[in-house]
Design a protein around this ligand. Sequence first.
Ligand SMILES: [Zn+2]
Length: 363
Amino acid sequence: VSGRHDALRFASVLREFLTVAHDAVARGVATWVCDHEPFVLRVHDSSVRQPRPTLVLGTLIHGNEYGPLEAVVPWLRDLAPSPSVDLVVVVANTSAAERGLRFVDADLNRLFVPDDPSALVGAPTNHGHEQGLANVLRPILSAPEVVAFVDLHQTIEATDRSFFIFGFHGHSWDLAQRLSQGVASTLVTRPPGQAFVAGQMSGDELVRQLGRPAITIELGQKGFDDDTTRRTSAVLGHLQELLNKEWPQGGVTRPEASSDLEVFTVLARVACDGPLAILHPGFVNFAPVAKGQILGTGHGGQPLVSPHDGWLLFPKYPQRDKAGAIDGPLPGDMVNVLARVSDETLEGWRLPGAHYSLLSVSR
Ligand SMILES: [Zn+2]
């Protein structure tokens, strides 16, 4: 019931977005880059002809993560074009959103492999609806004028906090700190160049691989959610401050007064070894776990055990058929176990030698 209600509410948010966008186009302060799914709107001073530094804001890369868009629409209505920076707003998977789904055929946020598919081993070739979306969005994200990408998401299961999540990259780290106040004080990261899923690529990975700051923010649990609205509004306020200035040469630097983010990394993934693998019910993001704690049951009936002390991230509770088997594609893992990252490790990742090298690492 709540799923249907959310889908109806989404339809009205999308109509509002289209009204605001058409109005901005009519006033000459925006142009459509793509006026159908995936919707892409460029907010800019239309008297300026050449491409300018461009900030890309992503929403609805996952269809049922409606929450951020609801805060973006009123912000967009009142937004004047920046004197020096173009803003590109993406509203990606409206077909999945209308059906209350994360995706129709395949997870869009795994399909941003570069144009040459042979660049990554095991690169997907055809994933139906989402492949079409990725084909439109990939050149927009990798355009030379893009100076930053901020992708707004929500978690599937409940979370006790919002958080940034991206592979470690100095400029992205600085951008996250710049956006953190009132938004999130936690970063989940991984060593520079390590793919989130080997052989696949998310939108932020594509942009970081080109050396530009790109971050994903998980703003709350999926759907319409007051915490998400409040935090998204805070993100947009910070972005507006950046849009009101010249885009800094050499990237955004962290504000002097900022406090550091609490940093975690994935230490282990509890494998999904077959369709009968199942987690105990009720795990939420950042739930603490102890080494040896039984988290569920594997496909063969063996216990699924946490190999470390830490915190859980992205517990999976997929749909099941009557026999209890996972209905649809198996998840890559049942849950991740996080550990804290020391300041020493982070300093190492910040060294110039630790540059972004996703392609070579994924091979
Ligand atoms: Zn998402």
